[in-house]
Design a protein around this ligand. Structure first.
Ligand code: ZN
Length: 406
């Protein structure tokens, strides 16, 4: 008997925030506040308040999210899609007829997402929702000058519902690169993590995600010799159990992992799905440890460093905890190697980061936990983000003196 499965994984990179071109650092960031209020089951209101009057508000586009789901409530404001210096990154702009300090939008539930970007709205079967807050940040224009914002956000749910704001950081912008949860569920504790698990998650899959999460977090805590600096929240939403196949879109941001599941194949336990879920949980967890620093971490370095690094950390952890057999780990690496041979960083930058990144880490011939322990320590102490130069110097040092671990 043959089983047909469509498996797709779209792991959102955490380096996807694209800066708008030509942001002058001269005028400094404009302090701004926003309140995000859920006003109905499928509607939110975003009320911005800027410390000075602005004439334009611009954000990197996220597919058709804003053109379809955002409606300006402030009179005299019109939406305009604009090209940017990066051809594949248009800009969404809101132009004010008169400069003003207040700007409000109504935002409707949205199911779509742009490829390789965060999904704006992860909807839960019981009415809960995860809203990606990075899409609320942007640049403003006042008196012909473009400035970034220093945006702080407050959250208000429907009466009686749970609101979990994104993890907080001293850098307000960093706090926004995560989801806010609105909904009826009270989070449950699983080891070190807080969980919001969609009640529609099939039982076998819920158990698999919980078990893999707790095994991986225990393994990373002990092998990377660093307890988590901030609470970890896992949000698992089930978009549908009716479309063909199975799709799992996962993302890790500081202190938070989100999984968005869809497809009817998840209703029955299947080894290919089990394998995929285990790898994705381990991979996202690896990102959490890569970012488990008070300064430095993932910056604008080539994606293969953090993606290939997370792949290497994940495979090593799955193998050493016995979740995967040694054979499964080898098969995974062999497949990645075959994929890497067929592509270049230009022809397929997305798969290049994962498959060729994993290859590059394997080729370094250094114990992976030792290497990443040193990299995490290096970035945290120097405040410099991970880079190819850091990787080269740290791996060289370890090869010369493998018994020394920083
Ligand atoms: Zn990743």
């Amino acid at each position: 008997m043959r089983t047909f499965l469509i498996l797709t994984v779209m792991a959102t990179g955490i380096n996807l925030l694209i800066n708008l071109p030509a942001i002058a650092s001269e005028p400094g960031k404009l302090p701004a506040q926003m309140q995000l209020t859920r006003i109905a089951a499928d509607k939110w209101r975003a009320d911005y308040s800027f410390s000075e009057a602005i004439s334009r508000f611009s954000m990197p586009a996220a597919g058709d999210y804003r053109s379809t789901a955002w409606k300006p409530l402030t009179t005299g404001v019109h939406y305009q899609a604009e090209p940017s210096a990066q051809p594949d990154q248009p800009i969404d702009s809101y132009i004010l007829a008169q400069p003003a300090r207040q700007l409000s939008f109504e935002i409707t539930s949205y199911n779509g997402f742009a490829q390789k970007n965060y999904s704006p709205n992860n909807r839960y079967s019981n009415g809960g929702a995860g809203i990606y807050m990075g899409f609320f940040d942007g640049d403003v224009q006042e008196g012909g000058k473009t400035r970034g914002m220093n945006l702080t956000v407050s959250y208000q749910g429907l009466p009686g519902e749970t609101v979990i704001p994104p993890p907080s950081f001293s850098d307000a912008e960093r706090s926004l690169r995560a989801y806010a949860y609105f909904g009826p569920q009270k989070p449950v504790l699983a080891g070190a993590a807080k969980l919001v698990l969609d009640p529609a998650t099939p039982e076998w899959l819920a158990r698999l995600i919980l078990d893999t999460t707790s095994t991986m977090s225990a393994y990373f805590s002990s092998n990377y010799q660093r307890p988590l600096l901030r609470e970890l929240v896992l949000m698992i939403s089930v978009t549908d159990t009716s479309s063909p196949g199975f799709s799992m879109k996962g993302g890790a941001t500081n202190g938070q992992i989100t999984f968005r599941l869809s497809g009817k194949a998840m209703l029955n336990e299947h080894p290919a799905i089990r394998h995929l879920v285990q790898k994705l949980v381990a991979h996202e967890m690896a990102h959490i440890w890569q970012e488990n620093v008070s300064q430095g971490g993932i910056g604008d370095e080539p994606a293969w460093i953090h993606e290939g690094g997370a792949e290497a950390m994940a495979i090593e952890a799955l193998k050493n905890t016995g979740i995967w057999t040694a054979e499964e780990a080898v098969t995974y690496q062999t497949n990645a190697s075959a994929t890497c041979k067929k592509i270049t960083s230009q022809s397929d930058p997305y798969h290049y980061a994962y498959a060729c990144g994993l290859q590059k880490f394997m080729a370094l011939n250094v114990d992976i936990p030792l290497l990443w322990r040193s990299l995490i320590s290096e970035t945290g102490q120097s405040g410099q983000p991970y880079s190819e130069a850091m990787l080269v110097s740290v791996s060289q040092r370890l090869r010369n003196n493998p018994s020394v671990s920083k």
